[in-house]
Design a protein around this ligand. Structure first.
Ligand code: G3H
Ligand code: 13P
Ligand code: ZN
Ligand code: NA
Length: 308
């Protein structure tokens, strides 16, 4: 069945692992991810951004995910990624999602609380779980560059007040990750001291790590080998994600690695087989590449194999 994140996070917290939340926008991506989770017997969150919903349409995505649940027999949580306002959250709650994110991180603390509270009230009345965000991720998401590190990272005391006042089910925190393929200029670092402080102040409360792709070098290299131009890409090291999963992080968001796996595979296939033009010829290996990458994540980054 489609399930909320509640039981998934309780079990992940207790056993110090994380559930992968993978961004989806078409059939092959969904199938590759779900096949991997099934073979690994892993809990799974499929998430849909506003952009993905616009690209594929809500109804196509929900029907595809329902088909994945029926075909695989897996419990899957279907989650809205980065909901911008109350309306999109309400639309996803009404339209069958089992979890939504309201991302009020660009608003003031008080406005973020008010908006999150409103979404929580509506979602909980309909049996849907809610993720919110406090603090701002660096990188592509930031419209305004925040100069001080503390101004954008999550403040631990504020996190406690935010969770208490909103009744939210999980919280995305900013400790140095960012969206996209270019996460660090020099050596990668995350603020684990901050994470430990938040975990201590909010025991048993599930935290979420956005911008958590590892940017696998083999995919970047393959893209570049077959005509791509992706320079200076760097992700979060696997060991850091494993460590975060032991410190209260129950959900790890992955989109960039799916994009890179799919594009590397398609580029290679078309370069090596220039006469192919049936989309199935290149989408089948792309789906396989996604599946293999997700299996690797489940085993080596999330530690969520055999947790059903
Ligand atoms: O957080 C961003 C996710 O990677 C989704 O990206 O808004 O381009 O679909 P998108
Ligand atoms: P990545 O860009 O690191 O894959 O992060 C995805 C994400 O946080 C989606 O919300
Ligand atoms: Zn995100
Ligand atoms: Na965890």
């Amino acid at each position: 069945p489609l399930v909320t994140s509640k039981a998934m996070f309780e079990k992940a917290y207790e056993n110090q692992y994380a559930v992968g939340a993978f961004n989806v926008n078409n059939m092959e991506i969904i199938q590759g991810i779900v096949d991997a989770a099934k073979e690994e017997q892993s809990p799974l969150i499929l998430q849909v951004s506003a952009g993905a919903r616009k690209y594929a349409k809500h109804i196509y995505l929900i029907k595809l995910v329902e088909a994945a649940v029926e075909d695989s027999g897996l419990p899957i949580c279907l989650h809205l990624d980065h909901g911008d306002d109350f309306e999109i959250c309400k639309s996803c709650v009404d339209g069958g999602f089992t979890s939504v994110m309201i991302d009020g991180s660009k608003h003031s603390f008080e406005e973020n609380i008010a908006l999150t509270k409103k979404v929580v009230e509506y979602a909980h009345a309909h049996g849907v779980t809610v993720e919110a965000e406090l603090g701002r991720l660096a990188g592509v998401e930031d419209a305004v560059k925040v100069s001080s590190k503390d101004a954008s990272y999550t403040d631990p005391d504020q996190a406690v007040e935010f969770v208490e006042r909103t009744g939210v089910d999980s919280l995305a925190i900013a400790i140095g990750t960012s969206h996209g393929a270019y996460k660090f200029k020099g050596d990668p670092t995350l603020d684990f001291e901050r994470l430990e402080k938040i975990t201590k102040l909010l025991p048993q409360f599930p935290l979420v790590l956005h911008g958590a792709s590892t940017v696998l070098p083999e995919f970047v290299a393959k893209c570049n080998q077959y005509g791509g131009s992706i320079a200076g890409a760097q992700g979060v090291p696997e060991a850091m994600l494993l460590r975060a999963g032991k410190l209260g992080v129950c959900k790890i968001n992955i989109d960039t690695d799916l994009r890179l796996a799919m594009t590397a595979s398609v580029r290679e296939h078309l370069a090596v087989n220039p006469s192919d033009f049936d989309p199935r010829q290149y989408l089948k290996p792309a789906r396989e590449a996604i599946k293999a990458m997700v299996k690797h994540k489940i085993r080596n980054v999330l530690n969520s194999s055999n947790r059903l």
